[in-house]
Design a protein around this ligand. Structure first.
Ligand code: FAD
Length: 388
């Protein structure tokens, strides 16, 4: 068994996490993210990349097609089911239909939450200009064909400019944690690409790509460990905000669905098995101690904001959607765990936006799916590939 004992820097062991996730969290989260409240995410998809103004891809409003000249943009894009597309139809990966976003809106969804800006993210959440709603159920995170220098440049910038690897001796725990959160999220994105991959473009066949799973994640145990860490970190944020989430309004105008939403939220927050086995998934009180604490928190908040700004440079619309959602989810977890301006007491100061809660829960669900996939597929994939 490769992954045993405590998840590093956390308070639960791998076995407990796998059991709780499989039995309790994953099934409830899967249902919860389908409810009308949790399936619509408000997002500014227009990319306004502040780092590489020379990048033509990010200067037009509809980035999913902006690299393609008009004559390369096939009719079938607008009606994707009409014919299958040949490789020649596309000169740019951003134009692939699997990279485009479906913007179906339910006009009755969402009312009654306060609007506050998240100090950990670059987007101004109080500004509704350019925002649109996206139905997440119609836009699953999966393989999009987004690859090459644009994608690589963003990951490189995230790691090298904002959170260089800190595993060296003497590096401080807080900085390492930012690295681990990003690496865990990166693992989760790669796992979703591997679990829902376009196997045959001509026939539009989708399925699992286990070689990719191994190449990008499993062969680096550190990446798997960081995924578990990120999962527990976000889970701790959710459990810390229990009172808030319990009292929040999940009304969307559909009483049956809304009751179900509330009951699923309670199922996740108040599960006795979970409370007994893993009462404190991560202990945030251990961080920001000492004299440098406040200064360090400011620094890491700034770094995370830069990471959030980088999401505007992601050159594929659907990747940007999920990138923004998950970074907002992580920013919300950080906000819950480390409320800023010295106000540490939840309940007194914590104010969450509806959209932040939607991002947080959807992020937790994505991480939960990744943990489950790695737990179920990992050992057999490793055996097959490492034996050959
Ligand atoms: P990449 O995944 O690009 O990794 C680049 C380098 O980072 C690796 O060579 C390695 O050194 C390091 N690295 C990789 N994983 C980790 C880790 N877990 N921890 C630490 N270091 C690591 N593509 C899609 O098909 N669908 C999507 O939804 C999607 N969403 C994306 C969202 C964002 C924000 C970004 C930046 C990219 C997204 N992509 C998506 C692209 C995808 O993540 C890869 O960049 C692309 O598939 C090319 O992969 P790669 O093999 O070059 O390695």
């Amino acid at each position: 068994q490769k992954y045993t004992g405590m998840v590093e820097d956390c308070c639960c062991d791998y076995e407990t996490v796998n059991n709780l996730n499989g039995e309790v969290l994953h099934p409830s989260l899967q249902e919860l993210v389908k409810t009308p409240f949790f399936r619509y995410f408000k997002v500014k998809l227009w990319c306004d990349c502040p780092f590489w103004p020379d990048d033509g891809m990010c200067r037009l409003r509809d980035c999913s097609v902006c690299e393609c000249p008009e004559n390369e943009f096939p009719e079938s894009f607008r009606k994707p089911s009409q014919r299958s597309l040949s490789a020649d139809d596309f000169m740019c990966q951003e134009g692939k239909p699997q990279a485009a976003v479906d913007r179906t809106v339910d006009t009755r969804a969402f009312r009654g939450w306060t609007v506050t800006d998240n100090p950990w993210t670059n987007d101004d959440e109080t500004d509704n200009a350019e925002m649109s709603y996206v139905n997440l159920q119609l836009n699953p995170e999966r393989y999009t064909g987004y690859t090459g220098p644009s994608a690589r440049r963003i990951w490189d910038a995230i790691y090298s400019e904002n959170c260089p690897k800190y595993p060296s001796e003497g590096s401080c725990q807080e900085e390492r944690i930012l690295y681990k959160l990003i690496s865990g999220l990166h693992s989760s994105i790669s796992i979703h690409i591997a679990s829902d991959y376009l196997l045959d473009e001509a026939k539009n066949v989708w399925g699992q790509n286990l070689t990719l799973l191994y190449d990008r994640v499993l062969q680096y145990p550190e990446r798997v460990r960081n995924l578990y860490f990120t999962f527990l970190f976000v889970l701790r944020a959710v459990t810390k905000a229990t009172d808030y989430l319990e009292q929040a309004e999940y009304e969307t105008g559909n009483p049956t669905e809304d009751l179900k939403t509330h009951s699923l939220v309670r199922q996740i927050l108040y599960n006795p098995k979970f409370q007994a086995a893993c009462p404190l998934p991560f202990d945030e009180a251990k961080l920001w101690k000492g004299q440098r604490g406040p200064e360090l928190k400011q620094k890491i908040q700034g770094q995370f904001r830069n990471i959030s700004a980088l999401m505007d440079c992601v050159g594929c619309e659907k990747c940007r959607l999920w990138g923004k959602l998950q970074v907002l989810g992580l920013g919300t977890a950080l906000k819950i765990l480390f409320s800023d301006n010295g106000h540490e007491h939840l309940g007194q100061t914590l104010q969450l936006q509806r959209n932040e809660v939607i991002a947080l829960v959807n992020l937790l669900n994505r991480l939960s799916e990744s943990v489950k996939f790695v737990h179920e597929m990992g050992p057999s994939v490793e055996t097959i590939i490492e034996d050959n």
